[in-house]
Ligand binder design. Sequence first.
Ligand SMILES: Cc1cc2nc3c(=O)[nH]c(=O)nc-3n(C[C@H](O)[C@H](O)[C@H](O)COP(=O)(O)OP(=O)(O)OC[C@H]3O[C@@H](n4cnc5c(N)ncnc54)[C@H](O)[C@@H]3O)c2cc1C
Length: 409
Amino acid sequence: MDTLGDAEIVVIGGGSVGCGVVHSLCQAGKTDVLLLEKNDALASETTSQAAGLVGQVRTSIERVQLAMWSVKTFSEMEAEPKAKPGWRQVGSLRVALTDERVAEFEQMKTVANEADLETEFISNDEASAMWPMFDFSPAKTVLWCPSDGYLQPNDLAMAYAHRARKKGARLVTGVTVEGILTANGRVTGVETSQGAIACDTVINAAGAHAWHIAQMAGLDLPIFPVRHEYFVSVSAVGMHPQLPVMRVPDASLYLRAEINGLLLGGWEPKALSLRPDDFENGQTPPRIEEDWDVVGWFIEQIAPLYDQAGDLGVRSIFKGWPTFVPDGKFIIGESSRLRGFVIAGGCNAHGVSGSAGIGRHVVESMLEPSPSDYVRSLNPDRFLDSEWDAAEAQTLAKRIYETYYGLGH
Ligand SMILES: Cc1cc2nc3c(=O)[nH]c(=O)nc-3n(C[C@H](O)[C@H](O)[C@H](O)COP(=O)(O)OP(=O)(O)OC[C@H]3O[C@@H](n4cnc5c(N)ncnc54)[C@H](O)[C@@H]3O)c2cc1C
């Protein structure tokens, strides 16, 4: 191709995951990388809508370590003079309202200890001192993680792009990938809206379009977009950007301050999902109308802890189609069905916070002679080695969303 030229590695998709993968590749010394984004700007689809929460307290040690790698990366990026991700390490509160949840938090704390992640059970009074507008009297316990926080998802993508460009990677917008070129069981290039590009490796980081890109390579992967939304209120008493992030899993909610307003979102029990073939490659996923019933449900759920919730004025609603897969795990690595075809997707709504860790695992899957058991467990072949039923897989993927804060999730 005249204008773009060929590349060793082509990354499809310029959201947080694609930009994070390019950044990780460059850090690992792979700089002959070309990222192609179909829209006119990076981070203009799902990433642009994300709340930017970054939580490290998880139920498995591998997931804690992945999130810790992201936090380390964000802290390093924020410390640099230019192109910062807007990372605020304000800490997080995880509030338990039931005895079962207390038992889960104790288990999570054990996992955090194993991973060397600092966490601490704090009293309701200590929690109240951090969020004075909230009534913590219904809380059975509160788990505090001081190194958690939040960032600005668009700024993160731009910060990755800035660093990758400095190392020589090329990130180009307004180019749609329309086909995967192969010969003798391996990738040889991509067909795009601006002609063919030769490459050895293609990385599919196309978010809600990851299914379409995999289909072009002859792979059928169960990646389902599930609608998600949250709202930001108008200025509310006591809100300021240094408040810790809060999660109330028994109420299925997360929240933080957004400047002087409240950002409140959650996982409604009846989710709305799409089949990936409901829209086409090259299109944006279907437009989402504001669902005020869901907003009302968030407000009802938080009211026992925050009696002013009903008086909040809603400034804006953010919404999008993050992707979910039936087992709730990332899909990362090269498929044995097509050499040189690597997936970085199935983010299960962790694609911003997880992006640095995902990038690191993509690199490990590509460059390490023997990747860890965890990284191998994320390989796309887990869905290609057996038959799966589309309707059943969609129900399971939707269930991952609906039980996002379920016990043991
Ligand atoms: C309301 C909401 C709140 C969220 N909150 C959080 C949060 O707090 N923390 C968190 O970690 N995650 C959160 N998420 C999830 C997070 O947004 C996603 O996991 C993440 O943005 C996925 O990034 P991505 O790069 O995979 O996808 P995207 O950002 O969608 O990027 C994929 C890109 O691929 C491009 N593309 C597609 N097809 C082609 C093609 N054929 N050729 C070229 N380019 C193509 C698209 O245009 C798009 O820009 C939230 C999501 C929503 C909707």
